[in-house]
Ligand binder design. Structure first.
Ligand code: NAP
Length: 317
């Protein structure tokens, strides 16, 4: 069943996060006037009482469930227990209370990290259960799979309209640039910019540089989520990606060029590289959601670097 978001009360969990802010902006641009944007400090969604209170106050028709405990490779390695507990709790409770509240559609935001470590490239949705995720993001990936399984079970038992979107790695303006928790694109942008400004002779990048990743510009992701929320109604998960892969080595070279870094780029193979290759088969999203990424990678990176430069100038004033 198509769901017209402009006419609905839409609850966006994680609305204050990187993706959440872009999803809210896209909802506003689409004419949606009833958007509920809870923050963790008012509603801790790992606590059932807070989830209950949120649903009683928001009375949503549609839930876009983005809230999650996320971080980069180092955070995943240090805190798998916290990542597992918090994600399982908040996904399970938010979906259960969405069901009790009778929402018309629940959109669960999954992740490429849920795919098995060894999966034929490009990743097809049908391969999702065929192996354990790459161990450094195993806890996070399995918590995402549990949300998919919950949605499928609820659809089977209650006719609950839950869909699940497998997002590739995101990047773009508003990303997290904190070196302790950031993902690879903002982490490299920050390091290369700082090295360029300091005239440093060398930047050392973690890993052997041979692993590949796919990156989806965050505004494209937000547009894809709204399209799927309106058009997609199936228990089968859908990849949302840009449909290309780039080696970390090339990524580092591109960011060095765009940030004006002139020194040497070297790789520390003693540090973890994560999954060897990642690229999604995006044909289901194209066929069944009508989604195609629009922002080219070089263009998206340039916009992200420009945004971060402006942010830092603002912060230092
Ligand atoms: N970034 C990526 O590359 C990527 C890739 C694939 C999938 N995803 C998925 O996309 C979604 C958004 O990710 P993001 O990158 O935007 O992450 P983010 O910036 O860290 O945002 C996460 C949001 O979740 C909220 N949250 C966390 N714990 C919560 C809790 N206990 N109660 C209530 N809210 C809580 C945070 O709320 P506050 O802001 O109020 O603290 C924050 O707004 C996640 O589901 C993530 O798994 C992201």
């Amino acid at each position: 069943m198509p769901v017209a978001l402009a006419d609905r009360a839409v609850l966006v969990t994680g609305a204050g996060g990187f993706l959440g802010r872009h999803v809210v902006a896209a909802l506003r641009a689409a004419g949606c006037r009833r958007i509920v944007e809870p923050r963790q400090k008012e509603f801790d969604l790992t606590l059932e009482a807070d989830v209950e209170r949120l649903f009683a106050a928001a009375r949503p028709d549609v839930v876009l469930h983005l809230a999650a405990c996320v971080g980069g490779i180092e955070f995943n390695r240090r805190c798998p227990g916290e990542i597992f507990y918090r994600n399982v709790m908040l996904n399970t409770l938010v979906m259960e209370h969405a069901r009790r509240a009778g929402v018309a559609r629940f959109v669960g935001i999954g992740s490429v990290c849920a795919y098995p470590e060894h999966t034929p490239v490009p990743f097809r949705e049908a391969e999702l259960w065929n192996g354990y995720p790459e161990p450094t993001n195993g806890a996070y990936g399995l918590a995402k799979r549990a949300m998919l399984a919950q949605g499928q079970a609820y659809r089977a038992q209650y006719g609950f309209d839950a869909i699940h979107l497998l997002l590739m790695n995101l990047y773009g303006p508003g990303d997290n640039f904190d070196p302790a928790t950031s993902h690879v694109v903002p982490a490299l942008i920050r390091r290369f910019l700082e090295a360029a400004e300091a005239g440093a002779p060398e930047v050392v990048v973690w890993g052997d540089g041979l692993a590949t990743r796919e990156f989806l510009y965050v505004e494209d992701a937000a547009r894809g989520i709204l399209l799927a929320a309106e058009r997609y109604d199936s228990s089968e998960p859908v990849n949302l990606g840009a449909g290309f892969e780039i080696a970390i080595r090339e990524l580092a070279g591109l960011i060095a060029e765009l940030t004006g870094f002139r020194g040497a780029v070297t790789f520390d193979a003693s540090r973890p590289s994560g999954q060897r290759r990642r690229m999604a088969d995006v044909s289901r999203a194209r066929r069944e959601v009508g989604f195609e990424a629009r922002v080219g990678f070089r263009e998206g990176l340039a916009r992200t670097i420009e945004w971060y430069r402006r942010e830092r100038r603002g912060a230092s004033r």
